[in-house]
Design a protein around this ligand. Structure first.
Ligand SMILES: C[S@@+](CC[C@H](N)C(=O)[O-])C[C@H]1O[C@@H](n2cnc3c(N)ncnc32)[C@H](O)[C@@H]1O
Length: 200
């Protein structure tokens, strides 16, 4: 009998999920999870956005771009989206995807510096800030700094949306914002709490 050849056909392009898992496992201390958010969590976090009036939307923690994609699909051409991501691989991955969409900027910078980026672009106020930051892994003082900057930059009728897998930052958020609506999304791994915060 002749030799048997075994051919293994590998997919050419990694899916959003495969890429995320590999990178998230390797950088668990900053990614804070091993799975991208589910479509249910994304939908629930973004359901309060009024795309018809939003001029500027900020995202903290692009990851594999699962929130970015949904926002970019729905926003008007004259709305600007700035998305901040510290992980170089996630940044490179998502930058490629949105490189032709000129009103979407994926920045390889910390969310702590979002005010500097806005000042460079002469933006003084924003409509929505959507955050996937793993705040439980942050120094309390860094979270405090981010929340205080968020309050300064949000328009009165704007809102800050943060999801978490626990209630550990609730009190900090309560002190920084006027009103907080709490929702829960069970259909996510792990299930998540969503804080929708209005500025003071
Ligand atoms: C829980 S993952 C969420 C990713 C994606 N948005 C999602 O919901 O699936 C958190 C992301 O925040 C990023 N991150 C952590 N610290 C950050 C910081 N200081 N500034 C910007 N991004 C940060 C991580 O690299 C990671 O991609």
């Amino acid at each position: 009998m002749g030799k048997t050849k075994l051919y293994c056909i590998l997919p050419q392009k990694k899916t959003h999920m495969e890429s995320f898992f590999k990178e998230a496992i390797g950088s668990l201390k900053t990614s804070g999870t091993v799975k991208p958010s589910s479509k249910y969590l994304i939908r629930n976090c973004l359901k309060g956005i009024d795309y018809s009036r939003a001029e500027t939307i900020i995202e903290f923690g692009t990851g594999n771009g699962c929130f970015t994609r949904e926002i970019a699909k729905n926003m008007r051409p004259n709305t600007s989206l700035y998305s901040f991501e510290v992980n170089q691989k996630f940044h490179a991955y998502s930058s490629r995807e949105f490189q032709t969409q000129k009103n979407v900027q994926i920045l390889n910078r910390s969310a702590l510096d979002f005010d500097k980026v806005l000042r460079e672009d002469s933006v003084s106020q924003v409509d929505y800030i959507i955050s996937s930051l793993p705040l439980t892994l942050f120094k309390k003082s860094d979270t405090q700094t981010i929340l205080s900057k968020v309050s300064t930059y949000l328009k009165k009728e704007g809102c800050f949306v943060q999801y978490q897998y626990s209630l550990s930052n609730y009190l900090q958020l309560r002190r920084a914002f006027d009103a907080i609506h709490i929702g829960v999304t069970i259909r996510n791994f792990p299930p998540a709490v969503i804080y929708t915060c209005s500025p003071k």
